[in-house]
Design a protein around this ligand. Structure first.
Ligand code: NA7
Length: 539
């Protein structure tokens, strides 16, 4: 280490990222009396909700669930204006939390972590940031988010375009006006599906370049129902507890009978259609819970896939466009989307769907782009091409563990973790909602809280026991990776090219990253802690 890089401060913990994970981690560790420093690339808190400011950006989980529960006063006092919150409302909430718990004084904004190196002599982490400084801490906690490293494909000619380009995941802070503009949007994932109806209202013409159609269900969003809010707030902890027992940690009070033990094939065609129909109109994501085996049995899944295709054909006027919008893959194999008027948008005269499933974006040109051999003149191009999910930001943080091993080398064939919380050879490094934990298959904020609580308890245990380090063992990690893979292999999830598998990023190893099932996962984490952090080596 050169003299310039000598650590200038010594914290108990450094947290990377000031989204919902980093903010709560800071609050929690402060509560233990520890010294904590947080680094954040952005100029404000909120993480994914700080960056994803594209028109129509909205959470597709009920606001009363997609929020912190660690402070009962906070969850009682905060009022969400809509059932599903828009990005500005979620960002306002993040800012409120930062104010309320006085978090900003320990967060250094506009600062990127360039390297995080474990020093075996001092048993601490040296974190070097974009301002050229190096700080050290006993614990390094990566709160970098699962969907924070944007993916822009290396399109030929991308630099030559003379108009404006945008990425949905790095949207400008000032409003973008598409009035009178010819706009091209590449991608039809969740971000595009939310943005397209809004942009179509403004643009002179919107071209949607679709490689794979996705399934999306109507949100039926609206103002927060006062009665629902009052009922939940009357016993919020019990509501949270019920949700924590659900497979994805949400939706316990959807007011529907639980069909989890029932196969879609156990009921008549009419009963099945009636169930799908009623959920299509009100249930949002929980249409996926219509029957227990939709993600386990292809034949069952085919019934809901065909139902969804029937809906598309019923909404979209032009039969060729409708057919092109009909997905063929397993329903909800790629993250199910929730929209407001998506399919209806294709009935507008100023919207054209360009199916590139048999072709490609050939190149981006100064005047627009060429796809399927046809030229499109454009004023703006929007990349709605997603993220290097779950591992992208971790691998960008220059993490080096014992023996100088880089995380990039260790994970060259896919991420390897124990519980998605630690990885062997990288002592005292924690990942909040890391690969191998339920994370993106659940309601993220409660999953974040579960991880933060576990990590804080672990750190407290180490401190009280006069232990300096915690390191996942190879055996526990191997067994966990195997377990996560086996769980996925019993489902239909590996059957499509989703970002859960890393399949959206060329060259990324194809490994199913999240753990399927929230309650069983929490039970395992609790058991590990109760048994003195079984599977970790403590020293
Ligand atoms: P997604 O869901 O990863 O969607 C990205 C879209 O971009 C998807 O339709 C991709 O098609 C398309 N894409 C990616 N690369 C290309 C290339 N090279 N050519 C054409 N089209 C391409 O990202 P989102 O931001 O929409 O959503 C991410 C998550 O955020 C979402 O699931 C929610 O959990 C919140 P493909 O399907 O790969 O053929």
């Amino acid at each position: 280490m050169s003299i310039a890089q000598k650590p200038i401060n010594n914290y108990d913990a450094i947290v990377v990222g000031a989204g919902f994970a980093g903010m709560y981690m800071l609050h929690k560790l402060r509560g233990l009396g520890l010294s904590v420093k947080v680094y954040e690339t952005g100029s404000g808190v909120g993480g994914t909700w700080f960056w994803n400011r594209y028109p129509g950006a909205r959470c597709d989980i009920d606001s009363l669930e997609y929020s912190y529960q660690f402070s009962d006063e906070l969850q009682q006092e905060w009022h969400w204006p809509e059932r599903y919150s828009a990005q500005p409302d979620i960002l306002e909430y993040a800012n409120h939390v930062a104010e309320r718990f006085d978090l900003r004084k320990d967060i250094q904004f506009n600062t990127q972590v360039e390297s995080s190196v474990y020093d075996e002599d001092s048993k601490s982490w040296n974190i070097t940031t974009s301002d050229g400084k190096t700080q050290s801490a006993q614990f390094c906690i990566m709160a970098t988010g699962c969907l924070s490293s944007t993916n822009t494909p290396d399109f030929k000619g991308i630099e030559s375009f003379k108009g404006q380009t945008y990425h949905t995941g790095q949207w400008p802070h000032e409003p973008v006006d598409f009035s009178g503009k010819r706009v091209g949007i590449i991608g039809t994932g969740s971000s595009a599906i939310q943005a397209i109806p809004e942009i179509a209202k403004q643009a002179e013409h919107l071209y949607v370049f679709q490689r794979t159609p996705n399934y999306t269900v109507p949100s039926n969003n609206g103002p927060m129902d006062k009665e629902t809010e009052q009922t939940i707030k009357a016993d919020y902890p019990a509501f949270r507890e019920r949700n924590s027992k659900m497979p994805a940690g949400l939706g316990a009070d959807s007011g529907r009978k639980t069909n989890m033990g029932v196969s879609a094939l156990d009921v008549s065609h009419e009963e099945r259609e009636a169930e799908y129909e009623s959920r299509w109109d009100t249930a949002g994501l929980s249409i996926g819970g219509s029957f227990g085996d939709l993600m386990l049995n292809q034949e069952s899944n085919d019934t809901i896939a065909e139902f969804a295709r029937g809906k598309i054909r019923g909404i979209v006027n032009d039969p060729a466009t409708a057919e092109a919008l009909c997905p063929e893959q397993t329903f909800a194999c790629k993250r199910l989307c929730v929209d407001t008027g998506y399919y209806q948008t294709f009935n507008r005269p100023n919207v054209t769907l360009v199916d590139i499933s048999q072709g490609a974006i050939d190149e981006i040109t100064p005047a627009g782009l060429q796809a399927n051999g046809d030229a499109f003149e454009l004023d703006c191009i929007i990349f709605a091409t997603g993220f290097d999910a779950m591992t992208g930001s971790l691998l960008k943080a220059g993490i080096r563990g014992e023996g100088g091993q880089t995380l990039t080398d260790k994970w060259s064939a896919g991420p390897r973790t124990y519980l998605g919380l630690g990885t062997s050879g990288f002592p005292n490094l924690f990942t909040i909602t890391g690969p191998g934990s339920p994370s993106v298959l659940t309601n993220m904020i409660p999953s974040i809280e579960q991880h933060v609580n576990w990590i804080a308890d672990c750190i407290q245990y180490l401190k009280e026991s006069n232990l300096q380090t915690i390191n996942a063992t190879d055996e526990a990690e191997d067994a966990w990776v195997e377990h996560v893979n086996v769980l996925a292999s019993h489902t239909l999830y590996p059957s499509c090219n989703s970002w859960y598998l890393g399949a959206n990023v060329p060259g990324k190893p194809r490994v199913f990253m999240p753990h399927i099932g929230f309650p069983s996962y929490v039970e395992k984490c609790n058991e590990v802690a109760a048994n003195g952090y079984q599977g970790f080596a403590l020293a």
